[in-house]
Write a protein that binds this ligand. Structure first.
Ligand SMILES: Nc1ncnc2c1ncn2[C@@H]1O[C@H](COP(=O)(O)OP(=O)(O)OP(=O)(O)O)[C@@H](O)[C@H]1O
Ligand SMILES: [Mg+2]
Length: 280
């Protein structure tokens, strides 16, 4: 069974005038078709306003299609009786970690979602501890969330999702508020969850470097998918990246990212083209 199947997805929002009267509709997602296999790591790349967050919200029924369908493990997101099932299968983190913190202490925050889905008290402790260990924040469990760095806060949100034992994690620009070192650390952790725990990952980003962690890149431009390819081929499709408003990576930035992925670079690569050999 496919993890995600999106068919002819259209999402439109009302365009209103100053009095709030609906004047027209604007298509934010304009006919998206996408199938994701279980265990894939997909990077959805797109410039500001291209529709990435709108797309992410369609994957766990936070937003419903204006037309078309989204299936998660065969469940249609329009099926109201299955919303909890879907949210359990698809965990999602938002762009700003401060918007998703609900409790003041780390372990309470991680526990929050679980308490809402009726997990037995005796299982809670194990699931919370396992989730915190898995993402590497167990030693922070008694800390105040407000005192943590951006990267640590994102990990707290991911731990809260992991505790729900999701099949899919959607990360909406998880690194936008994090410094470079924190970014690499977070993405390596996410990569490990994908490889070791076989969790399907949808990483939303506007940094082309971040696709080096993925198996597959989907480029979103103005509500449409304009490219769906491996990271290596994507880097070589410069004109399409340009067209979609994605800047080419700095050589040094990409090299750092690849080294952090454990690639053994020769060190004399001077072009993005030469670096491509280290990508999938
Ligand atoms: N609830 C809404 N009502 C009306 N317009 C919306 C709504 N949500 C988003 N939009 C518009 O839809 C477009 C796409 O927004 P979206 O947040 O999906 O883009 P994005 O690719 O995530 O952008 P960013 O990189 O800035 O996060 C934007 O022009 C935005 O203003
Ligand atoms: Mg967004």
């Amino acid at each position: 069974m496919k993890a995600i199947e999106v068919k002819n997805l259209i999402v439109e929002f009302d365009v209103t005038d100053a009095e709030g009267i609906v004047k027209s509709k604007r298509k934010i997602l304009d006919g998206i078709n996408l199938t994701v296999d279980e265990g894939e790591f997909v990077c959805v790349l797109g410039r500001n306003g291209s529709g990435k967050s709108t797309f992410a919200k369609c994957l766990n029924a936070l937003l419903l299609p204006s037309s078309g369908d989204v299936h998660v493990y065969g469940i249609n997101t329009k099926d109201e009786d299955r919303v909890i099932d879907i949210r359990q299968k698809v965990g999602m983190t938002f762009q700003n970690p401060d918007n998703q913190i609900v409790a003041s202490i780390v372990e309470e925050d991680v526990a929050f979602g679980l308490e809402n889905i009726g997990v037995k008290t005796s299982d809670l402790r194990v699931r919370i501890d396992d989730a915190m260990k898995s993402i590497g924040i167990y030693d922070l469990k008694d800390n105040m969330v407000s005192k943590l760095s951006g990267g640590q806060k994102q990990k707290v949100s991911i731990a809260g999702i992991l505790a729900m034992k999701p099949k899919i994690i959607v990360l909406d620009e998880p690194t936008s508020m994090i410094d470079k070192a924190g970014r690499i650390d977070l993405l390596n952790t996410v990569k490990r969850l994908n490889e070791e725990e076989k969790i399907t990952i949808i990483l939303i980003s506007h940094y082309v470097e971040e696709m080096s962690y993925a198996d597959r890149v989907v480029l979103l431009d103005n509500g449409k998918i304009t490219l769906d390819d491996t990271p290596k081929n994507t880097l070589l499709r410069k004109d399409e990246l340009n067209e979609a408003g994605i800047d080419m990576p700095y050589i040094s930035g990409l090299a750092t990212e690849l080294k952090a992925r454990g690639k053994n670079l020769k060190g004399n690569e001077e072009t993005v083209f030469e670096l491509c050999q280290y990508l999938k």
